[in-house]
Design a protein around this ligand. Sequence first.
Ligand code: SAM
Length: 223
Amino acid sequence: MTTADWAEVDHYLVETLVGDGDSETLRANAAAGLPAIDVSPPQGKFLYLIAKSVRARRVLEVGTLGGYSTTWLARAVGKSGQVVTLEYEPKHAEVARVNLERAGVGERVDIRVGAALDSLPVLAEEQPEPFDVVFIDADKVNNANYVRWALRLTRPGSVIIVDNVVRNGAIADADSTDVAVRASREVIELIAAEPRLDGTVLQTVGGKGWDGFAYAVVLGEDD
Ligand code: SAM
């Protein structure tokens, strides 16, 4: 099987079950020259369903790009919910702002521009209500740092998802010198060692190739 085969399956799933989420956002991103590194529509729907499953009202996203995953998450939290999304590149944030407005969810999304490791302490200072879901999809080298911040900003029962941890299977190579692979292994080992988290990794194939999500739940004293 090849990525083209997997893409064909994605296409079928989008037509039958998933919907495209907001293909206008993907078109606008391409027109603005943004890289096509958004989640795929089935993955976006998966994020939406997770947020719906836990009745999330507050979502934190690290890595906005043009707001494609943000739109799925913003739809899941509903009119009274909020998504805070962190983006380093001002141009990406601007494209996202326009996309989110057009998709009708702009009012429930707070886009913060800057390096996430600068934005997160500012956010924590504000003592926000705990986030129900955290989606981490930015610079992979900081994944473990983002999970540590997510632990400070969530509550027992919250879900933390880290995208792109399988990296075409390279994650199995303990000797890899690729910084993103090493960062994936670091974040998985952090989830394994951290007593406040329980998690797994779900491998995925599709139009975006072979990769996977780390999925962790924040534990409470009774767990
Ligand atoms: N979640 C998006 C989606 O599925 O539609 C895709 C996000 S894309 C994979 C990663 C984004 O993270 C890029 O827009 C990039 O500019 C941003 N980014 C990279 N380093 C960052 C950092 N240190 N802080 C915040 N955002 C960062």
